[in-house]
Write a protein that binds this ligand. Structure first.
Ligand code: 7TS
Length: 418
């Protein structure tokens, strides 16, 4: 039986939460003697059996190095890898399959863009524009390039709700701006940025745009042609796929013009001591043996999401977020951090006089997994004048009962801390 057939067949339009939960073996686990309540999905989501099976199956009956051998298994592995690339292409509606570059994850995708596009396009006195709600992955690679080149990193500010100030963003797009690198959804606040409008604003001034889609791809339909972004980065492990695989989408003309990122096997057409001729895109950016099993798992994850319907997933999570905002937000002493009108998947909060780490520890004793800390978005914490938040983040398999458990857990924190 193929991994594809192992994906539960579910008509888009039907949403059976109990069945969806059965697809995720880890959800049957106990944590510290309690039913596991996994609310750390923005860090990484759990994996459905179909994804686990696809990886096992790859190693059981599909493993060989790709693009190299003439033998049966190598041809099969190569074909599966490229089928996976086409699945990603369709998932984000890229115009060409060659615009899909496999990388380890969003972090590597952004570093690739910074070290190739950034390094060749950004010069002394130029600017790169980001927003005040970026994850460190969409800050540090640009800081590094700006430092190296004598360029300036500009930051579009946010308001007290955690929404981008669009007018300021627009004004910061200047004649020296070489790239706008913007998060689609904030991992610390949950804010959904109006990226399509932002891209249009940037394009009106001739500025290309990279979108960090790590927190968007798990929750909403991505259409890179409709967005018209130059680059889009995502991580497989946040969208029910395995760790170690992610995607950089780039418009073909840009990818073609960019120098390679890493040198090695597969990214070349020919090598002599005098001169190396690079491979065509996307292979030019895929030096070395890639994560074939990861691509098999990512393809299964995409099929899994499509089987439920990406819109259905987003709608369910939105319901949970609204419910949690109401239930948790009304507990005494709770202050929500990030109250944008448009949000996805994330509820960040602080409790008066209790450190987030203590809250996380007491919740953990009840089997509830949340994240506490700065969420790799320290400038966001600075903006709100806090060191850390507690973050509950939702996935397709979470339930209102789990939100109730979270609320009870916070009640316990309030008892402990009086
Ligand atoms: N961008 C955003 C918006 C993210 O949330 C993350 C990871 C990354 C980039 C980096 O992705 P990676 O797959 O390369 O690590 N965010 C989180 C988080 O919120 N908790 O743990 C990782």
């Amino acid at each position: 039986m193929s991994a594809v057939a192992a994906v539960p067949i579910r008509k888009a339009g039907s949403f059976d939460l109990a069945r969806i939960r059965e697809d995720f073996p880890i959800l049957r686990m106990k944590a510290r003697g309690h039913d596991l309540v996994y609310l750390d999905n923005a860090a990484t989501s759990q994996k459905p059996q179909a994804v686990i099976d696809a990886i096992v199956q790859y190693y059981e009956s599909g493993n060989a190095n790709i693009h190299r051998g003439v033998h049966y298994l190598s041809e099969k592995a190569t074909e599966e890898f490229e089928v996976g690339r086409r699945a990603v292409q369709r998932f984000i509606n890229a115009a060409h399959v060659k615009e899909i570059v496999f990388v380890r994850g969003t972090t590597e995708a952004i570093n690739l863009a910074a070290q190739t596009f950034g390094r060749t396009q950004v010069g002394a006195g130029d600017e790169v524009l980001v927003t005040a709600m970026e994850h460190h992955s969409n800050i540090v690679p640009w800081q590094m390039i700006c430092q190296e080149k004598g360029a300036k990193l500009r930051v579009a500010p946010i308001n007290d709700q955690g929404e981008l100030l669009l007018d300021e963003f627009e004004q910061l797009l200047g004649p020296r701006t070489k790239l706008a690198a913007i998060g689609h959804v904030s991992n610390a606040l949950g804010t959904v940025n109006p990226v399509k409008r932002m891209i249009a604003m940037a394009h009106a001034r001739g500025v290309p745009v990279l979108v960090d889609g790590a927190q968007a791809a798990p929750h909403m339909q991505i259409d890179v042609q409709d967005l018209d972004c130059e680059f889009y980065a995502l991580s497989g492990h946040k969208m029910y796929g395995p760790t170690g695989i992610g995607v950089l989408y780039g418009k073909a003309a840009l990818l073609e013009a960019m120098p390679p990122y890493q040198g090695g096997g597969d990214m070349i057409r020919s090598v002599t001591w005098e001169k190396t001729i690079y491979n065509s895109i996307p292979y030019k950016f895929e030096a070395g043996t890639p994560d074939m099993a990861g691509v098999a798992g990512l393809k299964a994850a995409i099929e899994y999401m499509n089987g439920i319907g990406v819109e259905q997933i987003g709608a369910h999570e939105h319901d949970l977020l609204e419910y949690a905002t109401r239930v948790v937000g009304s507990l005494p002493g709770v202050r929500l951090v990030g109250t944008a009108a448009e949000k996805a998947g994330v509820l960040s909060f602080v409790l008066e006089d209790v450190h987030p780490h203590d809250i996380g520890t007491i919740l953990d004793q009840q089997g509830i997994a949340v994240r506490t800390g700065h969420h790799c978005a320290q400038p966001v914490m600075d903006r709100f004048g806090i060191p850390a938040t507690v973050r509950a983040s939702f996935a397709v398999y979470n339930t209102r009962a789990e939100v109730d458990a979270l609320a009870r857990g916070i009640g316990r924190v309030l008892e402990v801390f009086g």
